[in-house]
Write a protein that binds this ligand. Structure first.
Ligand SMILES: NC(=O)c1ccc[n+]([C@@H]2O[C@H](COP(=O)([O-])OP(=O)(O)OC[C@H]3O[C@@H](n4cnc5c(N)ncnc54)[C@H](O)[C@@H]3O)[C@@H](O)[C@H]2O)c1
Length: 247
């Protein structure tokens, strides 16, 4: 799919990987609507000439309204990139006792169910395009889907499910001419990570095989663009991690 004529929605586009993706897609000529629960998404969207819809991806009505707004503003949807997510940590059995079930549920709700909620409604719009290639969906997993660390039971489960539903969704949407891939990032320098003390960031960077640094959100964005532009990419989860394997 040619990005220069495309109409994209990007969830989590107020910050980090989503913001970098929205920016690159705009640079390549696509129309973009940023969906984020954070009002900061408005300024982020304004800065790159994108539209903004304040959205909670876990809420059916909120996402339906955001999709309707995106269709009204852009005339349809060709691309859906899901970057909205949270990385709440908590040990299964911590010093305070068992992990609160609500905390586990919340991570699954946002990272997994939120992504599915957005992509199912976006797919319904893409299916109306009536072309040989109606749409492309890019979900965000994590290397934690494969080598999650202590305290990441909920996060790793949510991301493993993103990887797990990739192929069945690719099969479901084949008759609608819609492709889907997931990106599994290693450690990227986004607000999610930049909030950590510098020595923690340095020790994380030292874990990366090569290059020994955090990933640049623009590198994630270029992979998202590659998936959109390469019509034979489908049903795959792609690691982008400098060969990092979490201990
Ligand atoms: N940064 C990394 O190293 C890294 C590594 C692997 C995977 N990821 C994944 O990439 C995605 C983006 O991460 P990031 O580092 O850019 O994080 P970030 O915190 O910078 O951005 C996440 C965005 O999602 C939004 N969001 C959260 N919950 C939402 C909801 N319910 N509805 C709508 N928007 C919501 C936030 O407001 C925020 O703007 C996440 O799914 C994260 O798990 C990040």
């Amino acid at each position: 799919m040619d990005l220069s004529n495309a109409r994209a929605i990007v969830t989590g586009g107020a910050s980090g990987l989503g913001a970098a993706t929205a920016e690159l897609f705009r640079q390549r000529g696509a129309q973009v609507t940023v969906l984020d629960r954070d009002e900061a998404g408005q300024a982020a969207a304004n800065a790159i000439g994108a539209h903004f819809a304040r959205t909670d991806v876990t809420d059916e009505a909120s996402v339906a309204a955001a999709i309707a707004l995106a269709v009204e503003r852009m005339g349809g949807i060709d691309i859906c990139v899901n970057c909205a997510g949270v990385a709440t940590a908590g040990k299964t059995l911590g010093r305070e006792g068992p992990l609160a079930l609500d905390s586990f549920r919340r991570v699954i709700e946002i990272n997994l169910i939120g992504s599915f909620n957005v992509l199912r409604l976006a797919a319904a719009e893409m299916a109306k395009n009536g072309r040989e290639e109606n749409g492309v969906i890019v979900n965000t997993a994590s290397v934690a889907a494969f080598d999650g660390q202590a305290g990441q039971a909920a996060y790793a489960a949510s991301k493993a499910a993103i990887a797990g539903m990739n192929l069945p969704i690719a099969r479901d949407l084949a008759r609608n001419n819609i492709r889907i891939c997931a990106i599994a990032p290693g450690i990227f320098g986004t607000p999610m990570l930049r909030g950590l003390p510098q020595e923690v960031q340095d020790s994380l960077a030292a874990e990366v095989t090569n290059p020994k640094r955090l990933g640049d959100p623009a590198e994630y964005a270029r992979l998202a663009a590659f998936i959109v532009e390469n019509g034979y990419m489908n049903g795959e989860t792609i690691r982008i991690d400098g060969a990092l394997r979490m201990r």
